[in-house]
Design a protein around this ligand. Sequence first.
Ligand code: NAP
Length: 247
Amino acid sequence: MRVLILGGTHEAFQLAEQLAAQGGVEFISSLAGRTREPRMPKGPVRTGGFGGAEGLARYLRAEGITHLINATHPFAAQMSVNAVAAVEMAGIPLLRLLRPAWTARQGDRWVLARDAAEAAELCRSEGGRIFLTLGSGELDAFAEIHNAHFLVRMIDAPEHLPLRDYRVITARGPFSLQDELRLFAEHHIGLIVAKNSGGAATYAKVEAARRKGLPIIMIERPAIALDPRSPAVASVEDVIAWIRQAR
Ligand code: NAP
């Protein structure tokens, strides 16, 4: 048995930790190479794209991978599509590790958006001081907004963002409720734009918004987050159980 973990998430990191601690299963973690100083998981790691589904299928064969775990972020749609196609070519099983989405609770003021473009339209109609927790590749839709100041939080500071009026802060989660409340107060935030990533590490902003009565434009997950052709589980423990049963 030789497992490839498509990673870049806290869960993929934890999975590698647990497999390394338990021993007995050969595995490799794969990172896209987006962040300058990624948190390196335990065990062997490879970095960079595979070259589409065909490239991934070639890699799976060349490395003798017998089981693929897609533990990428719920918004990593392209990689998830590629994983499904690649295992069909390579003839090996695939498991999706997908953390549950957040659901709105009493007091939450969510406005749902299908994607970044729809979120940007909503920002344009609201204006004001807006906290954005999106990746640099997702900001083009916000480029022509003239009536807003954006506070953008990212892991790495890019040289330039395609926004009119913005400030970048660099930070890596997890974030605490106190952190988020302080940030919202310091920057006089009136509106938040977030992706429905799920998980605990970045949930504090949702809680902080609820406490302050602030609205969140919540970008919903791409439909492909869950492909019916591959089984999916919600926790690292469930992946370990699947691997144990497959051995
Ligand atoms: P994506 O749009 O689904 O993938 C774009 C391309 O990046 C893929 O086609 C693949 O290139 C390469 N890629 C993505 N994940 C990879 C991995 N784990 N190992 C090797 N190559 C990978 O992905 P994304 O949304 O840009 O996310 C990139 C990475 O950041 C993922 O590892 C994801 O888990 C992590 N991440 C994403 C988000 C988010 O909001 N999207 C948030 C936190 C972390 P090839 O086609 O050349 O193979």
